[in-house]
Structure formats: C-alpha cells, structure tokens
Write a protein that binds this ligand. Structure first.
Ligand code: HPA
Ligand code: ZN
Length: 326
C-alpha cells in the first residue's frame, strides 16, 4: 500500500507549476487589500465557487483576472514563498517555476518587479527550506510571436537567472510552429525549451513541439497517446512529460480521475512525472496529485518511486546535480 507518509516522505521535484496558479484565494484577498485592487468576489468561498471549469479557456479567464492583484515585487515574493513552503511540506526538494511575464507587463507592471520578487523568494527558499529552484519564462501563445520576442528582450538583463522558456495559455488555434523563431532564438541563448502540447490540442501539436521547437520537455502531452507513432517516438527519446492529473480533471481533459492515463503512459515506456500545474485553482498540490492517481489507478510503490525518479532526471538541473538528488 502507498500511504500518505510514503508519498510525502519521498523526495521529489516539481516540474510543471505556474507560480501565478499558486495564488490562493486568501492571499488574493490580502493583496487586493494591500494594493487597493478590487476583485469581483465578496469572500474566499465565492472565489472558490467560481473555480468550476469546462475547458482550459474557462480557467484562463479567471486565472488572468486573479493575477491583477499582483503589483509589487513583494507580492511576487510572498506568492512564491507560500508555494515553496507548501511544496516543501509535500516533500518537494526542487521546483521549476513557470511564470508569465506578459500577464503582468501588459497591465503596466515592470518585468523587474516580477522577476526580482521571484528571485528573492528563490533565495529565501534555498536558505530556509533547503529547496532548490529555477525559473521557466513562458510566452503566452494567444499573443503574437513578435510579443514573445519583446518579452525575451525584456528578460535579457536577468537571462543568467532564467533556465528555460515555455509556451502556455490557450492551446487550440495557437500551434507551436507559430513560435518557431522565438524558440530558436531562446535556444541560441542557451535556454532549455519546454511547451504545453497535447493538453487540449491534437497530437500534431506535440509533433510540432518536437520537430519545430526542439523541446527538451513536453508539458502535459496527454493526447500524444492517440497517435501510436508519436507515443513510440516519445518513448524512444525518453522525452519527459509533465503530467498534471488534478488539472486534467478540473479542465475536463478527462471526465473522471479513474480514466487518468498515467499508468498507461508508464506501461508504454513514457517518462512521465506528476505535477500540480495551478494548485490554487485545481484543488491540490503535488502530493494530492500523487494521492489521486495512486487511488484511482492503483499505482504501486514502485510506480510512485519511478515517477519521483523521473522528476529529477527530467529536471533542468545539470545531470550531476540531478543524479545526486535521485
Ligand atoms: N495550460 C495552458 N496554459 C496554462 C495552464 C495550462 O494548464 N496553466 C496556466 N497557464
Ligand atoms: Zn500548465
């Protein structure tokens, strides 16, 4: 049997976490007061009641609205520290944080405020929790490639603090190939590459992420299973998939947690990991995601150990550091 203590006690990395998606309703209210920014909810309960989604876009609309309360570097710092503390309690010893600069710069918040807040939290997490972390700058795919280039340029003074670039937001209608040039430019700068693909979008988008963006990782990747050749390719390359079960459930990528494909992924020889995606919105942190699929799909201790091991070997840490944590 796989107990909660076993899950919690197993050292793990989290590879798919949007820091803006870790903003809990309680902190959202606190920041709304601190900054004098109105939010369209009267109580924490009302906020939570609004978190009822039928698809990715339903969530994104609310997620971008929630981010409005984030104004200063202290806000970004406090949000990230809350995440680090909560993740540490789940046995996370290394976290790779995605952030969406355009969500903030497009409403007049300086890139500097965003990143300096995140960097000071990273430092505090290392000192106080012994937790390592790194940053993944994500481009919003519903915006243009030109806007992504501008964001990459804005990040230039902090580039040594950024490990990778990613691609998120509304997937369908915004294929990876739309961003081929900006990802090539990022790779030129020595950045690692990841992209959300095959969450709502078709297998074709996963092929594009591989062949056009030259990704080091795929975020989600669920729909790759619809394509046998693609599944084979992902297995052969041992491409890391950052899978997010509770997100899949809340966004109706699956109808029931009992239908989650995580064990089929492992059986197919895919290098899957478990992650929380947007824990404040999807009803759980990484430990809850392990618990949910262990219960729904009857994963064994060995499966759980394999998933945790994949989280280190699939991380963007240098190979020697990752190996030391396994
Ligand atoms: N998919 C796409 N964009 C996102 C997500 C997601 O799961 N979370 C935050 N932005
Ligand atoms: Zn995501």
């Amino acid at each position: 049997t796989v107990t909660d203590d076993f899950i919690r006690g197993l050292p793990k990395a989290e590879l798919h976490l949007h820091i803006e998606g870790s903003l809990e309703p309680e902190l959202m209210f606190e920041l709304s007061k601190r900054n004098g920014i109105d939010i369209p909810y009267a109580s924490v309960e009302e906020v939570k009641a609004a978190y009822d989604f039928s698809r990715l876009q339903d969530f994104l609309d609310i997620y971008y609205a929630g981010a409005n309360v984030l104004q200063t570097r202290a806000d970004f710092h406090d949000m990230a520290m809350a995440y680090f503390r909560r993740a540490a309690a789940d046995g996370v010893i290394h976290a790779e944080l995605m952030f969406d600069p355009q969500t903030h710069t497009d409403r007049g918040i300086a890139f500097e405020e965003v990143i300096e807040g995140l960097l000071s939290a990273r430092k505090q997490a290392e000192e106080e929790l012994g937790m390592s972390s790194l940053l993944i700058l994500c481009f919003l795919r519903h915006l243009s490639e030109e806007a992504a280039f501008e964001t990459l340029k804005m990040a230039e003074p902090w580039i040594e603090h950024i490990t990778a670039v990613g691609l998120d937001s509304s997937e369908v209608g915004h294929p990876p190939i739309k961003f081929a040039q900006v990802f090539a430019a990022a790779k030129e700068k020595g950045l690692k590459i990841t992209a959300h693909a095959g969450e709502e979008g078709p297998p074709e988008y996963v092929w594009q992420a591989l062949d056009q963006l030259h990704v080091d990782r795929i975020d989600h990747g669920n729909r790759a299973l619809e394509d046998e050749k693609l599944t084979e390719r992902l297995g052969e390359e041992q491409m890391t998939l950052t899978v997010c079960p509770l997100s899949n459930l809340k966004l109706c990528v699956i109808d029931d947690i009992k239908d989650h494909p995580i064990d089929r992924m492992l059986e197919a020889g895919l290098k899957a990991t478990l992650n929380s995606d947007d824990p404040a919105y999807f009803g759980g942190y990484v430990g809850d995601n392990y618990r949910a699929v262990v219960d729904a799909r009857g994963l064994s201790r060995d499966d759980v150990i394999a998933l945790a091991r994949n989280s280190f070997t699939g991380s963007f840490l240098p190979a020697d550091k990752a190996a030391a944590l396994v």
